[in-house]
Design a protein around this ligand. Sequence first.
Ligand code: SF4
Ligand code: SF4
Length: 749
Amino acid sequence: MDRVGVFLCTGCDIGSSLDAGALEKLARSSGAVHFESNPCLCAPDAVASMRAAVDAKTVDGLVIAACSQRHKLQEFRFDPSVAQVERVALREQVAWTHTPRHEDTQALADDLLRMGVVRAKKMAPGKRLPEPVDQTVLVVGGGLAGLEAAQAAAGMGHPVVLVEKSAAPGGWLAGVREVVPQVPPYDRLQANPVPDLVRAVGRDARIRVLVNTVVSRISGQPGHFAVEVEGPNGKEQLGAGAIVQATGARPYDASRLAHLGFGASPDVVTSADLDAMLAKGELARPSDGRRPGRIVFVQCAGSREAAHLPYCSSECCATSLRQVMAVHQAWPEVECAVLYRDLRAPGQVEHFYRAVQEQSGVMLARGTVEGVTASGGRLGVKVKDSLLGERVEIEADLVVLAVGMVPNSADGEAIRQLRDARKRIERNESETQRKAAEEVAASLAHHDGTAILNLAYRQGPDLPVLAYGFPDSHFICFPYETRRTGIYTAGALRAPMDPAQAAEDGWGAAMKAAQTLFALEHGEAVHPRSGDFARADFFLQRCTQCKRCTEECPFGSIDEDEKGTPQYNASRCRRCGICMGACPERIISYADYSVDAVASMIKEIEVPEDTEEKPRILALLCENDAYPALDDAAMKRATWNPWVRVIPVRCLGSVNIVWIAEALSRGVDGVILIGCKRGDDYQCHYVKGSELAHKRLENVQETLTRLSLESDRVRVVELARNELERIPVLFDEFAERLDELGANPLKGF
Ligand code: SF4
Ligand code: SF4
């Protein structure tokens, strides 16, 4: 921005800690065209004065040297197309956390203010690009979650297309007579709501239901998806703005449960088999058609076992309780025993659990089933670790395995790798390359033909999945979210859940879809940077087609042309900056965040040349978790090393290695990067950012060697949002290590 003004707050201990006069001088010598200070900068008169300076065009960039960027958002909000705001956290990073009126404290404030001014100068005016979007919500999957999503989206005024691959909507639940109670008093079976829901959706003129239909291609981006569906009348082209995938789950493959007797006798069945029987009003042993005298239900059949499904499938306990109640009501003479490791009856299901427990002829017992034997038409269920303390064998006429659930997802990344490998085989590049490609293709062959959404995205035709096949993106903060913007998941596809949760989930995902359409219509990004409208800008004249941005973007936002030049899809982009961190040519930037802007901030850190005992440390903190944790630590008046200079970054993945090289070559003694937890149970808001930062920093070693510097001068740390007390420790420990290493030998060069 051309006309930067500095607005200093002297309240909240800032004025009593720092020399405000010196800061004013510094602001003016740094190029600020305007300076104001106020003992309460967030008070209406002070804010009005700031707005007047903007309205009078005295300033177009505001450096607010006061509290952290996470506070007073309303007060300090300006239209970015008129004025850009840079916040300098003098309160949290200086006044509340360092010795007042000390030269080191003042030096810290001076650095932060200079850094703020230069960043404001480097910002460009934002440009909002609102556009008309297709308001249609495409729902893929017509089970309970999909039906609820369709109804919810239609209720919010969106046209809906619901695509169901089978002959009728309703999903597996359509074949069930009664369900676990979802209304008070929660102690009796409830009529299955799905048939009514199917009828209501069928009658709703806003919802178009396509059965016997699959999605054969989706291209484009949120707001403008071009969808091709294939049904009984052939292919049809549709438009959609957002998508909810609710393709549900299927029972775990019981043929893998031979240790629980499956296959040893036809009288060992799954809970899905029993539901099919009950739906017909029958209860008969498959072997001889006789009514069983005793049924034993084996819980966690394949769930919570490393060799099968390591997770809890969440609803099998409630399903068995429902089946026990149904059997008991229709055939009270049939005994039922439920053998469980832990019977999980969350929320109101507890009332139903108690009601089942009180029925005569029903036994709910804890124990681990070791095996099921079949002999002479009788089954024996061997149980250990029972409450009785001894190994026991329970006789049964019918054994029901409460099998877990497996999401009906397609692993988009695996399918892409499979397709890439096949292309490499066709290209027949070299013997070694062909063999390697053949190995990849063989190991991924089971993904052939599994695609569901058939996305025409460079990064694969379906949603990427986590270890167990659930296409989640950030289950901690953003349920329904996936790694493809504008596409949300609902129901058992997203996480193991019972029908009541799946119904709520449909609504949740529909609301996310509606939110996305609203944001796009206003030219804004979706969470976690909702409200942001600066798009990534690619200076393609200098692009070397290295493909790092296309490969590393966690959200599949960037496709490529045939030469490998990136094709950016702004509506898919979450503005994480990971592409900016990846690009070796440094040609990706935003109006308010760029490699140049942060590098310029680093250049403003004053590095004392001759004071070995006063090193300088650059701390790049992820603004999603680490930076808020720092703020909270400051709120608790933690203190830390005064030589640390903090720059918040959108994600550790947005850190371009050049910033580290710049800092070290200017004599900064060490660089610490603090970001979210990585891995499958990550907390990184941009999924892969933290992981990528670790990977990239493995390569930074080369730069350090080139600069003749020790590897310990750069450290990456994972920090959870609530680990406030670790922050000062991390800074102090790092400072101690740098002390051991001695001053950066490049100081003064
Ligand atoms: S900012 Fe993030 S989401 Fe957008 S293109 Fe770059 S890496 Fe992808
Ligand atoms: S990372 Fe940079 S140089 Fe490489 S393809 Fe992307 S824009 Fe081009």
